[in-house]
Ligand binder design. Structure first.
Ligand code: C2E
Ligand code: CA
Ligand code: CA
Length: 405
């Protein structure tokens, strides 16, 4: 589904339009030009950017002018209360606005305008790909990693994890994004496996740990927020010294509470490594951090794994959730994992919850927590703050959180 960014400082108009177009497009909204620019930087690409013209602070023309620099390929649309020719020519000249919609916009007019934008966007991106013709292969990624400026090019996003019982926003997973100047966003699924073959993975993990701890401390001090944050740790790092020191140093430099940091180990780790991994896990535990097994069910040694390793939590892989509605075997496996985890005193988290049917199955299996697009995509820190605000009253009081963990 194509994504549209909608910027308007009037919450009623914003919500009304979101409802109107939400069935046809995936809509992100922002309440100001500044917020819109953050969205564009962190969550691009968008197939169209629609902005109100008269907004407090940065007005629509200023916003779209800056949006053109950040996301040149996304067509820009302006919403106006009245058609002032001077403002319109200003919007065309300064911000390259290609379409105007006059409020109140008839639904069909809005939808057809967006459809045209989407097709324009597709044409532009196809042309850009053809001219750039950068082939992102392993060698290219390796070279680009060598010259990457982490603080400039990498960003962290946070995907919420909620309690199955009441939707409380108990935790978030830190997921890295690489914004590359020439090619745009490169998915971690593409570059992490390459980084894992060399020394880059150590530096990346170090950066992610430090940024995560900084973000937690910021949320804790500024917002009095006390959620757990998990970080993905590549299996390769469990085989060599240095990981424990890295975690200790990130905690020490930022003051993050260790019990709020969770490290996700993927189940892909080979069994031969178990002894070494156990030692590392024991050292990490002595720092006070939590551990979880990620992508559970995708490796060959699943059940052995949770029995052999001293972890706190099991994250059940998305593939089980995805197949469960049509596949009784996968549903039975979900139930079996829950039962075993229960016996071992481990928390269970299901990943990839996208639909109400997925949610119902997870609820039925008694899995403790859920993560997936149904609740939120990975969000940049400001967007996460906005997402969590109306839900934080669901969190247990701090004293109960201590007992829970
Ligand atoms: P993962 O740890 O299994 O992370 C979950 C992935 O599933 C994320 O993709 C997330 O965006 C996606 N996802 C979440 N909910 C849904 C859903 O409902 N439906 C679908 N279809 N997908 C969903 P992402 O961010 O592209 O990350 C891909 C993988 O890259 C991660 O898989 C993880 O293995 C790795 N990765 C990401 N960030 C880091 C990092 O900082 N360090 C390391 N070592 N690996 C990372
Ligand atoms: Ca993970
Ligand atoms: Ca996972």
């Amino acid at each position: 589904m194509h994504r549209i960014l909608l910027v308007d400082d009037d919450p009623f108009i914003r919500e009304g339009m979101r409802r109107l177009i939400g069935r046809h497009f995936s809509v992100d909204i922002a309440g100001s030009g500044d917020e819109g620019l953050c969205r564009l930087r962190d969550e691009a690409p968008y197939a169209a950017v629609v902005s109100d013209i008269a907004m407090r602070g940065m007005n629509g023309v200023e916003f779209l002018e800056r949006a053109r620099d950040v996301a040149p390929l996304s067509p820009r649309v302006i919403l106006t209360g009245y058609a002032d020719p001077d403002v319109m020519s200003d919007a065309i000249n300064r911000a390259g606005v290609s379409r105007f919609l006059q409020k109140p916009v008839p639904p069909e007019e809005l939808l057809s305008c967006l459809r045209v934008c989407v097709s324009e966007y597709e044409t532009r991106t196809a042309a850009a790909r053809a001219t750039q013709a950068i082939e992102i292969d392993e060698a290219w990624i390796r070279r680009a990693l060598n010259t990457a400026d982490f603080d400039r090019d990498f960003r962290l996003t946070f995907q919420p994890r909620v309690a199955t019982s009441n939707g409380a926003p108990l935790a978030a997973e830190a997921l890295i994004r690489w914004h590359h100047g020439e090619t745009g966003v490169i998915s971690p699924g593409l570059f992490i496996p390459v980084a894992e073959t060399g020394p880059a993975i150590r530096e990346i993990t170090n950066w992610v740990l430090l940024q995560t701890c900084r973000t937690w401390t910021d949320w804790h001090h500024r917002l009095d927020l006390d959620v757990a944050i998990s970080v993905n740790i590549s299996p390769a790092l469990f085989r060599e010294p240095g990981l424990v020191g890295m975690v200790r140093s990130a905690l020490g430099r930022t003051g993050m509470e260790p019990r709020r940091l969770e490290l996700e180990i993927t189940e892909g780790l080979e069994l031969g490594d178990v002894e070494r991994v156990r030692e590392t896990i024991a050292e990490l535990r002595s720092l006070g951090v939590r551990l979880s097994i990620d992508d559970f069910g995708t490796g060959f040694a699943s059940m052995n794994y949770i029995q052999a390793l001293d972890v706190d939590c099991v994250k059940i892989d998305r593939s089980f959730v995805d197949n469960a509605p049509d596949n009784p075997t996968d549903r039975a496996i979900l139930n079996a994992v829950k039962e075993l985890a229960g016996k071992l005193g481990l928390k269970t988290v299901a990943e990839g919850i996208e639909t109400d049917r997925h949610e119902a199955i997870i609820r039925e299996a008694g899995i403790d927590e859920m993560q997936g697009y149904r609740f939120a995509k990975p969000l940049a820190a400001p967007a996460y703050e906005e997402w969590v605000a109306p839900r934080r009253h669901l969190l247990p009081p701090p004293s109960a959180m201590l007992l829970l963990n």
